[in-house]
Design a binder for this molecule. Structure first.
Ligand SMILES: Cc1cc2nc3c(=O)[nH]c(=O)nc-3n(C[C@H](O)[C@H](O)[C@H](O)COP(=O)(O)O)c2cc1C
Length: 179
């Protein structure tokens, strides 16, 4: 069935549709009061406002990261490039906790949330609002620091259960980059 009048669609139909929406892949991180790092792969990341700078992340309430982020009140969003595809898989896989952070270089900005040195960009945030919606909680964070990577701009995307790259076909007028 394509549409149900008056009701909502079933979860499987919702997921089948959403699979077509390509998302930029990020690793969202935070840390416990004991200083232990937590992080997970996330595509549900969205810019909300530039003045003041606010972004949102949407986190399943069953994840370990959910509890850590909520308690810490801070998180970092690390925007991944193609070169970090393995990290994306690791931060969504069975390996848990601190182990996920092995074999990559991490630093921190203001809040202490882990910032990936090879990320295309990292945003260091403090939570200003949280809204529970179904299985997830939306955390809205004000951005207190940003770190821009120095590597090539090759963002990692995810769609239809696959990772892939972005190929530009049209440059917006005024864009500094040549295609
Ligand atoms: C490409 C991709 C994107 C994902 N995006 C999200 C997301 O936006 N929100 C979320 O709650 N889980 C998302 N997940 C699932 C989490 O990464 C996964 O459940 C993770 O293992 C949770 O880790 P944790 O329980 O250690 O916090 C995504 C997984 C993949 C592979």
């Amino acid at each position: 069935m394509q549409a149900v009048s008056g009701g909502t669609i079933d979860p499987a139909s919702f997921k089948a549709g959403m699979r077509h929406l390509a998302g930029g892949v990020c690793i969202v991180t935070s840390l416990t009061s004991a200083g232990l790092r937590a992080g997970m792969t996330a595509t549900a990341v969205c810019a909300v406002s530039a003045e003041p700078p606010v972004l949102l992340i949407c986190v399943h309430r069953d994840t370990r990261s959910h509890g850590v982020i909520g308690e810490a009140g801070v998180f970092a969003v690390n925007v991944l490039g193609m070169a970090d595809q393995e990290l994306a898989q690791r931060f969504a896989g069975t390996m848990a906790g601190e182990e996920r952070f092995d074999d990559a270089r991490w630093t921190q900005l203001l809040t202490g949330a882990p910032v990936l040195e090879t990320a295309l960009a990292s945003f260091d945030c403090r939570i200003v609002q949280a809204v529970e919606v179904g299985t997830h909680r939306i955390f809205l964070g004000t951005v207190h620091a940003v770190r821009l990577g120095r590597g090539p701009h090759r963002p990692l995307l995810y769609a239809n259960r696959r990772y892939g790259g972005f190929s530009a076909s049209f440059a917006m007028p005024g864009s500094e980059e040549e295609l």
